[in-house]
Design a protein around this ligand. Sequence first.
Ligand code: SAH
Length: 346
Amino acid sequence: MEIKKKDIRALTKEQLRDFFVKEGDKAFRGNQVYEWLWSKGAHTFEDMTNISLETRQMMEDSFVINHIEVDTMQRSSDGTVKNAVKLHDGLIVESVLIPTETRTTACVSSQVGCSLDCKFCATSRLKRMRNLNPDEIYDQVIAIDRESKLYFNRPLSNIVFMGMGEPLMNYNNVIKSIEKITSPEGLGMSPKRIVVSTSGVPKIIKKMADDQVKFNLAVSLHSAIDEVRTQIMPFNETFPLKDLKEALEYWYEKTERKITYEYIVWDGINDRTEDIDALVKFCKYVPCKVNIIEYNPIDDGQFQQASSAAIDNYIQELERNRIVVNVRRSRGKDIDAACGQLANKA
Ligand code: SAH
């Protein structure tokens, strides 16, 4: 019978050090192997050239190195790159590289499919199959960092958790991946350059505040009226706006970090004056800014982007109330790489 070997990347540095001590080697060997696995991105034990053949063989007998593979890569006419990423069990997630004049942003997935059911999002049609491990999230970032260097001659500068899945429903693994991304042994990136986007899970937002995380928080709000929000994001029934508000107040009290609200304006859904007034009111609870995002149709015809006049009404009213508002243009639409379009169509 074949014994299933353990993924060596599931071990912490401490556990690796202990492993080598138990094998009669030095703890330091653990550091070397850790460096190969994380900073140098080794895919095989053979790659670890400063480790003796005997030790490499011993590791080979006990472990596997699971890693992702970029299965297909598509490039958009605007420079956006979409990776379909194959996981060790054959499942696929997508991640996106978004270049601008000054930045390269990686948009990464946190789950295979999604546990939520937002009516306007293509990913919600794939049922949640599983959470990604920390290394599977980290590897997406590394793959995009490589592509950024290759195509744009610069390293990755920012990361957004806005790909497939709800990051706060896979909180522990997301946090572990961010620890790797920010640690000097990983990418050494500043947490200020990372945004975790959530549909709003109040309990976890409070936990993040207690954990004193240093990255930024974005909330996909889309409506500040419960009846409307529940219609388009049915999980709002379980996590209504008053709980979200309370969690965000707690977040600000503990972290003093502004929140970003993501907001799409749809024709006949949230384009009335009362929708705008509700958003303005919601924005006064904690310091924030609003990103109005362009709607990317997911071909069911149910949702249509509101007119530019309707969007202008939002902008005017927010600005009149001294709330910072940006309008975000979509990127990578021609390859289904834009927000809400990730659904393994490639
Ligand atoms: N689950 C997380 C992260 C994934 S969605 C969240 O909800 O924030 C990332 C962003 O894309 C969210 O703001 C989401 O509301 C938005 N989005 C989803 N579907 C979209 C679509 N069809 N067009 C534009 N944005 C969309």
